[in-house]
Design a protein around this ligand. Sequence first.
Ligand code: UT7
Length: 321
Amino acid sequence: MSFYIAGTGSALPEKVVSNDDLAQFLDTSDEWIYTRTGIKRRHILTDERLDDLAVRSAEIALQDAGVAGKDLDLILCATMRGDTFTPSLACIVAEAVGATAPAFDLNAACVGVLYAMEVADSFIVSGKAKNVLIVSAEAMSKLLDWTDRASCVLFGDGAGAMVVKAGEGRLSGVLSTKPDSHVIRMPNIEGLNSPYNKIEQEKLAMHMDGGEVYKFAVNAMGKNIEQACARAQLTPAEIDWYLPHQANLRIIDASLKKFKIDKSKVLTNIEDCGNMSATSVMVLLDQFAKKGTFKRGDKLLFVAFGGGLTSGAVIINWNKD
Ligand code: UT7
């Protein structure tokens, strides 16, 4: 007994920013961005709040699952930063959906949703929860240095959610870290108001060694796919749908190449959404679920990598009509 996915939801900001829009103020081009990453456009927050997107995606997922907020036993939110440090984004969602279940945020960068799925599994297996809401929301546009063309062109904003219920569905999960504080680093505000603080503020922007991230990602995703398949006693060829983190189309292709998987099994939305950190796989899941792509009994493999450095893979049986 573990969990199955009973409902999904997502919400994206209205504003769409194309590569050509970025080329208006950055020394870049649609050609460079698209050929290096597969990204054409991304959604960016303007006058909407991240909180509201997170709540909207949660409401859609709850309705899809036929679960009321009051019947939730746990709410997890995978995010690097909500609109407020406290209350957590998970508590804001809890209030909006009428839940009083334990609620907390979890930060494993782009792998956050997979970490949250594994936490949900532990709560369900130990009998502490039956209905769990997992939300993910990221306002990447508010964390970036918009003068750094090497990083700001890669990301977008968004929110997504899934309701998982006790039952048969999850087949295996693998979580890993290769701790490294430099390869991807996004500093927090250092003692802004403290008269005692003596630590110099690092520049508030993403620092990233793109080449090193690329190498880590290809290696870690390949390894985590093998491990998750071995634990589920499946071969990579037996997976019906791959839902990889949407960081770079070349990374997705390179990490899956050795498995010789039919490309039509590999789902992407990077062209229209860019990299939404943890939220990427959640929005991907909802978009393809709503298109009717998954049939009961299909095996879905989620795989992701991100800052930390973190990585992981989760395999589930799609047990939803
Ligand atoms: O969720 C995890 C987040 N991080 C990632 O997923 C990042 C993983 N890494 C990557 O996706 C790739 O390494 C990048 C897309 C970031 C970069 O691609 P690359 O093929 O490794 O390019 P590069 O860093 O080697 O840069 C090549 C050239 C450089 O110019 P020079 O030194 O050759 O003259 C860059 O300055 O491209 C230049 N460049 C750009 N040119 C136009 C870097 N960014 C841009 C840009 N537009 N936006």
